[in-house]
Design a protein around this ligand. Structure first.
Ligand code: TIU
Length: 221
C-alpha cells in the first residue's frame, strides 16, 4: 500500500505495520490530570478524538496490530526520577492525590486511556515511565517478535511524547508516519514545528499524512 504522504509517498503493508497510539489518557485530555497540573489548557487536545477513533476503527477492520501507550509510574514512584517529579512548580506533583486519583500513577482513574479509544482484547498496552515509548519498556522486543518494520503514530502531545517516541523508533530502524490530524499539543505552534521538522530533510525522522489519506488507502487496497 502507498499513502500520498509528505515529503514523498509512504509504502507499507498492514502485516508489518503497527498503529501506535501515544498516551491518549485522561491525565492529559481531561481537567484535573497531569497535563492541567503543569498549567496547560487541556481542552485543545479533545478535538483530535474523532479522527483518532476513525483511524483506530479502520485499522482494526484491516486487521493491523494496535499498540497503546500510557505515561505511568509505579505507585511507589521507584521509576520516576526525582528530576521529573521535582522540576518546576506544578499545582500537583506526580504521585500527589488529584481529582482523578494520584497524578500519573498506574492504575489510577486519571491514568486510564479515554473510553473512546480504550484498548480491546489482544491489543498491546505499554506503560512507560518516560516520554519515549521505547525507554525502559519491552516495546522494541515485542515489535521485533511480531515482524513489525513500519509504525503509524497518533496521540499526545506532538512535541513531547509523540515526537520522542517517533525519534526513538526512527533510530531503531522503523519507517514512521505521523497522522497529523490525530496528534495535538497544548501549544499549536509547537505542533506545527514538530510536524514540519519530522518530515524535513527527506523524512529525517519520518513521514506525515492525514487520517483521511490513510483511511482511503486502506479502503481502496
Ligand atoms: N504524553 C506526553 O506528551 N507527556 C507530557 O508530559 N506532555 C506534555 O506536553 N507535557
Amino acid at each position: 500500500m502507498q499513502i500520498p504522504a509528505l515529503p514523498f509517498p509512504y509504502e507499507f503493508d498492514v502485516a508489518h505495520t503497527a498503529l501506535v497510539i501515544i498516551d491518549m489518557q485522561r491525565d492529559f485530555i481531561e481537567p484535573g490530570g497531569f497535563g492541567e497540573t503543569l498549567g496547560n489548557d487541556v481542552a485543545l487536545l479533545a478535538a483530535i478524538v474523532p479522527a483518532c477513533q476513525a483511524v483506530l476503527a479502520a485499522w482494526r477492520q484491516a486487521g493491523g496490530l494496535v499498540v497503546h501507550t500510557r505515561e505511568a509510574h509505579a505507585s511507589d514512584l521507584s521509576d520516576c526520577p526525582p528530576a521529573k517529579r521535582l522540576r518546576g512548580n506544578p499545582s500537583l506533583r506526580i504521585g500527589d492525590e488529584g481529582p482523578m486519583g494520584r497524578i500519573l500513577v498506574a492504575g489510577e482513574p486519571g491514568n486510564q486511556i479515554i473510553p473512546a479509544l480504550a484498548p480491546v482484547a489482544g491489543e498491546t498496552v505499554i506503560d512507560k515511565p518516560g516520554k519515549g515509548a521505547f525507554y525502559a519498556t519491552p516495546l522494541h522486543e515485542q515489535l521485533q517478535q511480531a515482524g513489525i518494520t513500519h509504525l503509524l503514530f497518533m496521540g499526545v502531545t506532538t512535541e513531547v511524547c509523540v515526537q520522542t517516541s517517533m525519534r526513538e523508533a526512527n533510530d531503531r530502524g522503523y519507517d514512521c508516519l505521523l497522522l497529523e490530524d490525530c496528534t495535538e499539543s497544548y501549544f499549536p505552534h509547537f505542533k506545527a514545528a514538530a510536524v514540519e521538522m519530522m518530515r524535513a530533510q527527506g523524512a529525517i525522522v519520518g513521514w506525515t499524512a492525514t487520517s483521511q489519506q490513510l483511511i482511503t488507502t486502506l479502503k481502496t487496497a
